[in-house]
Write a protein that binds this ligand. Structure first.
Ligand code: ZN
Length: 377
């Protein structure tokens, strides 16, 4: 979770994670993507299905004030939805409300979300935390012996950056002696690649980016890498095999695959770090119970969660202990309140404590119970 996305940033997420509401905060995530919900009536129907589900769950609790509160929150959300959404830019919505506190907040997101509803003492923030854990923006530099193309790629957006280098067809200089023409071209390529490297260095500074992908044919791409400033070279996360003259969409999809792979490698390295720390008993825990304990003790620096991992659990109404045990509190023996998904709460706690949250799409975390944490020293 490192970079801001339109509609949500770390500060917003943190303030949501620390918000509490009585008798409950209602949370609704709604997919409003025009690509498969073409008219407003379709997402409005989806909203009503979610509303029915939420009402049903509220009634099960047998608390009248909760039912009233949830109904009021749903009315607020329905009214806001009725105002219309600009779906050229918005593909997902996150809505939160606590009528008792006159609080309503809607986040218009540039990406799809999963339809989801819930109520509880705090907003449900998992999907927002997942959005912030998307691969971060990166610069792509493509070179060959005569060209340089620079791109900034951020999720689905790709922006080609202007470069100073323009290719000029050289007419054959007849004054060059036979045999030195080749040498002349090599020299020109060498100068071009040095200039290209300087432009890439500049681009990385102009608007700081933390990841660079390079591409193009050999030996040009390796020469570029050698010519880059050491600090720029250290930001290279991969190479892409694509022609410099390829269409932009082809370039973007190949480059995204490289960035995606780099992200998986970074996650695998984190899982390996947690494994070593846990084995050496210095600042790492694995598994649900130990991770929840580390969160309760506010020791977590980075929370690692397998993508899609959901687990039921229990929370103790007497001492507040949160654990995988559905029935009895292991600390004080009180009867626990059942919770559909303790992972949602674990993520809320981590964000509220300003810990990093990493969703691991790879499978490495699976053998450690789907959840783990690197602890603060
Ligand atoms: Zn207890």
């Amino acid at each position: 979770m490192r970079t801001a996305r339109p509609g949500i940033d770390r500060t917003t997420l943190h303030s949501l994670a620390t918000r509490r509401g009585e008798p409950a905060v209602t949370s609704v995530y709604l997919d409003v993507d025009g690509a498969h919900r073409p008219v407003a009536a379709v997402y409005e129907q989806a909203f009503e299905r979610l509303a029915d589900e939420l009402r049903r769950r509220a009634r099960v609790q047998g608390r009248d004030e909760l039912v009233v509160s949830v109904e009021r929150d749903l009315d607020t959300m329905r009214a806001w939805l009725g105002g219309g959404i600009d779906r050229t830019t918005t593909r997902g919505l996150a809505m939160f409300s606590c009528g008792e506190q006159d609080w309503f907040e809607a986040r218009e997101l540039p990406v799809r979300v999963r339809d989801e509803v819930g109520f509880g003492p705090a907003p449900r923030i998992r999907q927002l935390a997942e959005l912030l854990d998307e691969p971060e923006p990166f610069v792509l530099a493509l070179v060959d012996a005569t060209h340089l193309r620079l791109f900034r790629i951020d999720g689905r957006d790709i922006e080609e950056r202007p470069t100073l280098i323009t290719h000029q067809e050289r007419s054959v200089d007849t004054s060059i002696e036979l045999g030195s023409f080749e040498h002349h071209q090599e020299e020109a390529a060498r100068i071009h690649l040095r200039r290209a490297a300087a432009e890439v260095d500049d681009e990385m500074h102009r608007r700081p980016a933390r990841q660079l992908v390079i591409g193009g044919p050999e030996p040009a791409v390796s020469a570029l890498e050698d010519d880059l400033h050491a600090t720029t070279r250290a930001l290279i996360v991969g190479r892409v095999e694509v022609r410099v003259a390829a269409p932009v969409e082809e370039i973007a999809s190949r480059a995204r695959a490289v960035a995606e792979k780099a992200e998986r490698q970074r996650e695998a390295a984190l899982v390996e770090e947690v494994r070593q720390r846990t084995a050496g008993d210095h600042g790492g825990v694995v598994g649900l119970e130990a991770t929840l304990e580390a969160l309760a003790a506010r020791r977590v620096e980075t929370l690692l969660v397998r993508d899609g991992f959901v687990a039921p659990g229990g929370s103790c109404p007497a001492c507040g202990h949160l654990g995988p045990d559905l029935r009895l509190c292991p600390v004080c023996g009180t009867r626990n309140e059942g919770i559909d998904d303790v992972i949602e709460i674990a993520i809320e706690q981590a964000v509220a404590q300003s810990a990093e949250v990493e969703f691991c799409r790879g499978t490495e975390l699976e053998r450690f119970g789907g959840i783990a944490a690197i602890e603060r020293y």
